[in-house]
Design a protein around this ligand. Structure first.
Ligand code: FPP
Length: 246
């Protein structure tokens, strides 16, 4: 089993992004409702945040609700929103004690008022914290992010704030919802699915991908450390050849 000690001394990604997947299958295997799968996923969120903080990861992004997730049965969507509000209520003190700052990416204005207000209040309250940053992706998708960036950028060109000649990658990234946040170096997806599912399409351009068969409600600290240990063995070439790296 991989412990925190076994990753010490090696490079630790500054930003880890996670697709939390497998809650439904976890529940089905136990004859439980899908909602109970999500409820049991909250402990995995807690452990992942704790492990990330112990490992020295500065940013952790969790894909909590995609734009496509609105297509799920209404009761499941509503249960996910309630779970979000309950978890915020329950965990606010812990976040404050650990100096964790919360950010959100995605169109949170479309969330039910209770969830939206709870998120805005938590963002505000934790904005003074200087520890690790937890980023919740809610009503998020990579294509949505790139589209909203293009729309705002076009608006700035039209109003004369921005010159077309000044549009480069750095400029474009400044319009994405992740503006100011370094790109993730590691993306973890649980449950054995090997897809990006419209997650951070632009931001993951150079990330290492780690897929584990573990279902999200079973994901524990040691699984997170295992992913970091795996990352430490990857050779990151960024288009160069290996002789240029070593
Ligand atoms: C994917 O499993 C999980 C989600 C869409 C939601 C993740 C939400 C939580 C873990 C709950 C709490 C989160 C926070 C941040 C408080 P799935 O339903 O797609 O599983 P399946 O593929 O097995 O059906």
């Amino acid at each position: 089993m991989i412990s925190k000690e076994s990753i010490q001394g090696g490079p630790v990604p500054k930003h880890v992004a996670v697709i939390m997947d497998g809650n439904g299958r976890w529940a089905r295997q136990r004859g439980l409702s899908r909602v109970l799968g999500h409820r049991n996923g909250v402990q995995a969120v807690r452990e992942t945040l704790e492990a990330a903080s112990e490992a020295g990861v500065s940013y952790l992004t969790l894909y909590a609700f995609s734009t496509e997730n609105w297509n799920r049965p209404a009761e499941e969507v509503s249960a996910l929103m309630s779970l979000l509000v309950q978890t915020i209520d329950k965990e606010t003190d812990t976040l404050m004690q650990h100096g964790i700052r919360l950010l959100t990416v995605g169109g949170i204005e479309a969330l039910p008022a209770e969830a939206r207000n709870a998120l805005i209040a938590l963002r505000e309250k934790t904005s003074v914290n200087t520890g690790p940053t937890l980023i919740l992706a809610l009503n998020y998708s990579g294509k949505w992010d790139i589209t909203q960036a293009a729309r705002r950028l076009a608006g700035d060109v039209r109003s004369g704030v921005l010159d077309v000649a000044d549009i480069d990658e750095q400029c474009f990234a400044g319009y994405l919802s992740t503006q100011g946040i370094p790109d993730p170096e590691l993306m973890i997806r649980t449950s054995g699915e090997c897809r990006l599912s419209n997650f951070l399409l632009w931001q993951l351009a150079y990330a290492e991908f780690y897929f584990t068969p573990v279902l999200w409600p079973d994901f524990r600290k040691e699984h997170f450390f295992e992913a970091i240990a795996d990352f430490q063995h990857r050779e990151r070439r960024f288009g160069r050849i290996d002789a240029q790296i070593s």
